[in-house]
Design a protein around this ligand. Sequence first.
Ligand SMILES: Nc1nc2c(c(=O)[nH]1)N[C@H]1C(S)=C(S)[C@@H](COP(=O)(O)OP(=O)(O)OC[C@H]3O[C@@H](n4cnc5c(N)ncnc54)[C@H](O)[C@@H]3O)O[C@H]1N2
Ligand code: MOO
Ligand SMILES: [Mg+2]
Length: 409
Amino acid sequence: MLSVNEVEEIILNLVEILDVEKDSEIVSLENIEGRVLAQAVKGKLDFPHWDNSAMDGYAVRYADVKDCSGDNPTTLKVVTEIAAGDRPNVEIKSGQTARIFTGAMLPVGTDTIVIQENTTRKGDEVIILSAPQEQEFVRHKGTFYQAGTPILKAGIKIGAPEIAVLATAQCTELSVYRRPRVAILSTGDELVTPEQSLQPGQIVDSNQYALASFVAQNGAIPVKLGIVPDKPEELKKAIAQAIDSADIVLSTGGVSVGDYDYVDRILAELGGTLHIRSVAVKPGKPLTVATFENNNCLYFGIPGNPVSALVSCWRFVQPPLIKLTGQNNYQPRFITATTRHDLKAGGRRETYLWGQLHLVDGNYEFALAGGSHSSGNLINLAQTNGLAIVPVGENFIAADREVVVMLVD
Ligand SMILES: Nc1nc2c(c(=O)[nH]1)N[C@H]1C(S)=C(S)[C@@H](COP(=O)(O)OP(=O)(O)OC[C@H]3O[C@@H](n4cnc5c(N)ncnc54)[C@H](O)[C@@H]3O)O[C@H]1N2
Ligand code: MOO
Ligand SMILES: [Mg+2]
């Protein structure tokens, strides 16, 4: 059986990189939240746009005040007042100063700001009580960003700070990658929707909802294709349609060795190349990954057990899915934590145990979810933000020892 790392590498290599021209669209600044830049953005303005004050106080010529102190104060004449938004129209000469406020443009002749706490105002004069540093509290034009250089790189996902940058640079129309379409179907005669009443032997199709949420959270468009019964002809039709309509297909169930597990056979009949059939991982051992020459589609046959389904998504679908959204940063994130509980594993498969990470005095602690760690128990999966990993060959990690944890969000 292939190892987790081998499978991860095979899958990532199957992802076709998006085309900057073909796979991009223009969106406005208003609608860019969560999208991924297809092209680097260059601003046309320096930032700060002009020298301005970082504090409320007085704009001075450093040479005038460099030697002053409480015992040896300097008195300057206040010849103008400049608020943020004002355009100064006076040149400050030696012996003069301008009253200035945070964000206001520096007037010609000045190079330094004295904060008002270090002054005493007397009518149209101000007494400077301590010498500032040269150029203190001046935000110089172009020191944060120079016009014409890249302000944001291609391949980054846009959130609040990036939107602030784009707004400041007055970039209101941006080229972003299209969102990949991910078709989701649940296979199984036993499945009903959450609205249907449950008959003996039936189970609610939770995977459809979990996977749609997972897909949306990762910046792609979930296309929910519903429940497909374990009938080869119906399943074949549904899978063929899904492959035709999406960049990625996620089906759950029907990939193990049972008599009604038809997915692999159908993928082969449809001309798919099966790259992976199973992984040495627990949960999530049965995992089918296939590609189709005619449609640029990556197919994941994910195990039906609800915990296996989400763990497979987090570990094996999330990196290629993020890669397909155009992001540069798609690798899973691992940290080292101290486990609060004993962690047990079979030793033959890399084992992922779900729970919560807590930051305590600067160190991460992993708390194993209480209750059964059966791959059918989705109840205690709620609030999972980390998966503790027990490597192949190990059966036990004792409480208070270190464990590698994969971050989940
Ligand atoms: N003899 C063996 N049996 C099994 C093996 C094995 O190696 N030898 N592997 C087990 C493992 S591990 C897993 S994981 C499951 C995977 O099964 P399938 O992917 O074939 O899925 P199903 O048989 O269709 O269903 C399994 C389980 O999950 C429930 N299920 C299915 N779909 C959904 C859904 N959409 N929402 C919620 N729950 C779902 C289903 O009712 C079953 O209980 O196979 C083991 N068997
Ligand atoms: O791999 Mo299964 O997911 O162990 O239950
Ligand atoms: Mg099965």
